[in-house]
Design a protein around this ligand. Structure first.
Ligand SMILES: NC(=O)c1ccc[n+]([C@@H]2O[C@H](COP(=O)([O-])OP(=O)(O)OC[C@H]3O[C@@H](n4cnc5c(N)ncnc54)[C@H](O)[C@@H]3O)[C@@H](O)[C@H]2O)c1
Length: 327
């Protein structure tokens, strides 16, 4: 039996909402989309094009017929009859709460899945009549390619809703990671924030350019992170004795001045200018749209390589293909 929703509503069709739309219709799910922006259709189209290009190159199994989708004129219209409601409106608590009020007036039983990057679900649930069906399902851009989705319940979330969500996102070809403890910004963004802060310091202090910092990641530790994460990587770095030896060896370094993570650099206009200008130079004439295609091609290549070794994100892809072949 399929765990996919019969109909999904997508509220907010920006970077993330469009990515969810691409992933859902690629699994054959019918979607209604609401976004008040007059140019919503123009924002969605290139994301769907990129997603189709990536899926065609990546997925080595028969894909179902695309789910039908349409842009509709109101939240009420979008959520009518939906058993999954994807909330991808801007990251403002007042906008999120107003959206939930409108959802509750028009739909009583669909799962409400917020894409929020940082608000704890218990905070999102404040003021709701039926908070038990709200979860955070935090995805990563591009949503149509990256398998991770952090699933977080709030104090009022029904356990059965979490179970249903885990099955649903798995069937969408994703890796749902259920975080049992609520914390602002969840896990992955906290890790990215730590790296981002240190990177900002290095640019601000003139230690390295944006290009040098990106090179330090993509030629080295980034490749390790992509396939094993940080703990297993350090476990190996400890040699035969593994992590324990690694911690004995590098533990003292934690007390050395290897990081400025305790402080945040002030985002002065000069620092913003420096980072923005260096980033444009680094792009070497490529527009963000050009870079998106390069990023997608690279992600497809990495996922295929990991599928070949049956490892991590590649195994998620192989499992998804096996499910598609079995249908
Ligand atoms: N950008 C990322 O990398 C990323 C990653 C993970 C999660 N998120 C989260 O996803 C959510 C959406 O972020 P985004 O990056 O797609 O933002 P975005 O600005 O690209 O898109 C937001 C969209 O919501 C629309 N919108 C505004 N008010 C609305 C309303 N009342 N109802 C419906 N739509 C409305 C806007 O017109 C816009 O198209 C945020 O909560 C963000 O934190 C973003």
């Amino acid at each position: 039996m399929s765990d996919l929703p019969r109909k999904a509503a997508i509220l907010g069709a920006g970077v993330i909402g469009s990515g969810w739309l691409a992933r859902l219709i690629d699994s054959g799910v019918a979607c209604s989309v609401f976004d008040p922006a007059p140019n919503a259709e123009a924002k969605i189209a290139p994301v769907l094009d990129n997603a189709e290009r990536a899926a065609a190159a990546l997925i080595d199994a028969p894909r179902p017929a695309k789910g039908a989708w349409s842009l509709v004129g109101s939240i009420a219209e979008a959520v009518a009859g939906a058993d999954l409601i994807v909330e991808a409106v801007p990251e403002r608590l007042d906008v999120k709460h107003a959206t939930y009020r409108e959802i509750e007036a028009a739909n009583t039983d669909g799962i409400i899945a917020s894409s929020t990057s940082g608000f704890r679900p218990s905070v999102l649930q404040e003021g709701m009549a039926r908070p038990e069906r709200l979860i955070v399902a935090h995805p990563f851009n591009p949503v149509y390619l990256l398998p991770l989705v952090e699933i977080v319940g709030g104090a009022a979330t029904d356990k059965a809703v979490i179970d249903r969500a885990m099955a649903l996102y798995t069937e969408l070809g994703m890796k749902p990671l259920h975080l049992k403890v609520e914390i602002d910004a969840f896990v992955a963004d906290r890790l990215m924030e730590a790296l981002w802060r240190e990177a900002l310091w290095l640019v601000k202090d003139g230690v390295a350019t944006t290009q040098e910092i990106d090179d330090a990641i993509r030629y080295g530790c980034g490749l390790r992170w992509a396939q094993m994460g940080t703990f297993q990587t350090f476990h190996i770095a400890g040699g035969e004795a593994g992590m324990r030896h690694f911690m004995e060896q590098f533990g003292p370094a934690l007390a050395w001045p290897w990081t400025k993570l305790m402080d945040v650099p002030e985002m002065t206009p000069e620092l913003v200018d420096r980072i923005a200008e260096q980033s444009v130079t680094q792009a070497d004439g490529r527009t963000p749209r050009d870079l998106e295609k390069i990023r997608d091609d690279n992600l497809v290549a990495i996922l295929k390589a990991l599928r070949g070794t049956g490892w991590g994100a590649g195994q998620v892809l192989a499992d998804h293909e096996a499910r598609l072949r079995g249908k």
